[in-house]
Design a protein. Structure first.
Length: 233
């Protein structure tokens, strides 16, 4: 079969890529951005500048980086991976994640996916965050650690919930797997998820990891769905 665009299925020259129209529509997040949240600035404010949001309400995690806004081809790719079983998308999406997180990834990092509850994993048959995390680890040289975190409480879908409801929904939903404290203590963790909105899920995961002694916890998400974030912010 001839190579096709991973988003719209139009014919292209090389496999595993976007066609030119989809590439032009891809809402990539690029520097200059907030050092802490990775949200874009309209002009360069310096390498370590924090956004007003990061200053007013610092996150639990240390830094966040995302590939793109949750719009256009980015949202299409996430939905295809998550709900249409397009697990082949994890490789090109992981390549973009590794690029977006180049400044926080190293060979000493532990790449940890946000876990699914066992019942949802059974229904879906795979964890899209784990597929992305595996790809990121392979392309960055970091260590893929899919079993460090467990989701011990079956939570409601976060879609449609307010920020307050999202935080309440994931409270006490995650735990460190048994006998993994030594693997986490003093280490740099990079949490991987497909979409980030309010950050409630990755914040809950971060609390568990830092309570176990993680030295630093950074977050890599493929898409940023917070409506307050735009490339013109």
């Amino acid at each position: 079969m001839p190579p096709r665009c991973i988003c719209c299925q139009n014919r292209i020259a090389d496999a595993g890529r976007l066609c030119a129209p989809c590439w032009q529509k891809m809402p990539f997040l690029e520097k200059p951005w907030c050092y802490r949240l990775g949200t874009p600035f309209s002009h360069d404010m310096g390498e370590a500048a924090w956004s007003p949001k990061a200053i007013a309400d610092p996150p639990e995690f240390d830094r966040l980086r995302a590939v793109a806004l949750y719009q256009g081809p980015a949202s299409d790719l996430v939905l295809s991976l998550k709900y249409a079983g397009r697990r082949d998308l994890a490789v090109p999406m992981g390549h973009w994640l590794a690029r977006a997180g180049a400044e926080i990834l190293s060979a000493d990092s532990l790449v940890v996916p946000v876990p699914l509850h066992w019942f949802r994993l059974w229904r879906r048959r795979f964890n899209q965050a784990a597929d992305l995390a595996r790809s990121v680890a392979q392309q960055s040289g970091a260590s893929f650690q899919p079993e460090i975190l467990r989701r011990v409480r079956r939570t409601r879908q976060q879609v449609g919930l307010s920020a307050k409801q999202r935080h309440a929904n994931v409270r006490a939903a995650f735990k460190l797997a048994k006998h993994r404290e030594a693997d986490v203590f003093g280490r740099h963790i990079v949490l991987i998820d497909d979409v980030l909105t309010t950050g409630s899920t990755v914040s809950a995961c971060t609390k568990v990891l830092k309570a176990a002694g993680a030295a630093r916890v950074d977050v890599l998400a493929f898409a940023h769905a917070d409506p307050s974030v735009s490339r013109d912010a």
